[in-house]
Write a protein that binds this ligand. Structure first.
Ligand code: 4AD
Ligand code: MG
Length: 457
């Protein structure tokens, strides 16, 4: 269907005086004796196009003026009577699709919770359309960032036989119902599609390491799956994961890259989504723009886990879960560190080995590993990463300590046998990044169809 984007009609001064055809959905309709006004949106811009109808010259089908109806309008582009940009003086309005009054997105502001119940329609609101434009811009910026720096884009498998994080959060992949005639689990899995126990990958890292130890710098950007039973505002069962992996890199390099990447992505969103950010700043998180500008212009803090715990222990009276050296940091501790203590993003490094994954480089103290989590205000952990253990014996020992099935990780161990190098990387939770940029407080509101415990609409 030949037509022009509303974004172009709105902003192009060259178009003033010419005729144009636009298509879109009716967002508002105002009527008076002589003229009527339709506001249309087609997704191409945050702003809507005002269509002016001279009622003496044009009779309009009432169905074409209903909220949510889709229409095609031919008219003359003129400078807006009020405000910036252009509007359209209608010559012909064609109804494409009627929208009855049961349409659940009505003009009065509804709650995010109500909109979660209609995921197929909620993108018709300003808020959700803006979230998904930001999300798209951020995704493009991720590819641009890595491509410009010589990283290769790798697609790691989604079905896997190895659990990267070792946290037992894998969804099983099977074609085989359990049947009482199997005597052992092994026998059951042998009969299954892959002949072994398989699941959906929680991370592309292990395969990312395979690629990085040949290509040097790589990244993956795809879905990860976690059967975590945590019904929080920051966890999804299916989320998108950005995972760079870099050969010849140690923990300080990993930290430097993570900070540089995050700032690049935020800058891209600020530059490419000014209308969306102004909207979020006004209606979703006051001070958002200032926060983001401050983040790109300031250095992130770095502190060790041990330092963090000694700061937190002084506040134990205020925490639901008191902290001591060796305990995992809960969301309340992470938020306290980044929001109250450092007041900016902070990398916490060198965690106790017991609370982190098997693959992390073991530090000389014998107690900690070269891990880092990046904590940001409002969200908590947004990035988790580490230098990887590159020494065969140390890695194998850590795996044995955890009773991991060594046979399933033979290829991973091989990387330490054949020309092993210091290397590392990190994972950015893409939805958490979109939350951070938009101020949206629930991860279910930045993904098209959120999957979480007892929820697959
Ligand atoms: O800290 P995580 O578990 O680290 C890894 O998976 C490593 N393999 C990454 C690496 O070094 N390549 O996950 C990384 C990030 C978290 O910081 C968080 O932002 C996000 O992924 N994440 C989730 N996001 C939404 N829902 C969930 N259930 C998430 N689990 C992790
Ligand atoms: Mg983590």
């Amino acid at each position: 269907m030949k037509h022009t984007d509303i974004e172009k009609v709105l902003t192009s001064s060259d178009m003033v005086g010419t005729d144009a055809v636009v298509c879109g959905w009716v967002r508002t309709f105002r009527d008076s004796a002589q003229v009527a006004f339709l506001e249309l949106s087609d997704g191409t811009s945050f702003r809507k196009l005002q269509v002016v109808i001279d009622k003496n010259a044009l009779a309009v089908d009432p169905d074409a003026t209903k909220l949510g109806a889709s229409v095609k309008v031919e008219g003359t582009v003129v400078k807006a009577f009020k405000g910036e940009g252009n509007e359209l003086n209608a010559k012909e309005i064609v109804l494409l699709g009627k929208c009855p009054p049961e349409f659940p997105i009505q003009k009065k502001r509804t709650t995010l919770e109500f909109l979660r119940g209609i995921p197929h329609l909620r993108l018709r609101t300003n808020t959700f359309a803006a979230v998904f434009r930001v999300r798209s811009v951020a995704a493009q910026a991720i590819h641009r960032y890595f491509h410009e720096r010589g990283y290769y884009y790798i697609n790691a498998p989604l079905i896997t036989a190895s659990d990267c994080e070792g946290a037992g959060e894998m969804f099983r992949v099977t074609t085989q119902p359990w049947n009482a005639s199997y005597r052992t689990e092994e026998e059951y899995f042998k009969n299954d599609f892959f002949g072994v126990k398989a699941g959906l990958s929680v991370s592309g890292q292990l395969e990312g390491e395979v690629a990085a130890t040949a290509l040097g710098r790589i990244y993956t950007f795809g879905p990860s799956f976690r059967a975590e039973n945590s019904n929080t505002t920051r966890h999804l069962a299916e989320f998108w994961h950005v995972e760079p992996e870099i050969a010849f890199a140690e923990l300080p390099d990993v930290i430097e890259i993570a900070e540089d990447m995050l700032k690049y992505l935020i800058r891209a969103v600020i530059e490419e989504c000014p209308d969306e950010l102004a909207f979020f700043d006004r209606f979703v998180e006051q001070g958002l723009l200032e926060k983001l500008t401050h983040v790109v212009n300031s250095d992130f803090a770095v502190c060790t886990y041990t330092e963090a715990v000694s700061i937190l222990e002084k506040e134990n009276a205020h925490f639901e879960f008191p902290v001591h050296w060796g305990s995992d940091l809960q969301s309340e501790h992470e938020k306290f560190l980044t929001e109250t203590v450092f007041k900016r993003p902070v990398f916490v490094t060198d965690y106790p080995k017991e609370i982190k994954s098997f693959y992390m480089k073991q530090n000389a103290d014998g107690k900690t590993v070269a891990a880092t989590d990046l904590l940001v205000p409002g969200i908590g952990e947004i990035i988790g990463g580490s230098e990887r253990e590159a020494d065969f014996d140390k890695l194998a020992a850590a795996m044995r300590e955890r009773n991991m099935p060594m046979e399933s990780y033979k290829q991973y161990l091989d990387l330490r046998l054949f020309g092993s190098v210091p290397h590392g990387g990190f994972g950015l939770g893409f939805e958490r990044f979109v939350m951070y940029c938009t101020g949206m407080e629930n991860i279910r509101d930045v993904t098209l169809f959120p999957r979480s415990v007892k929820n697959i609409m």
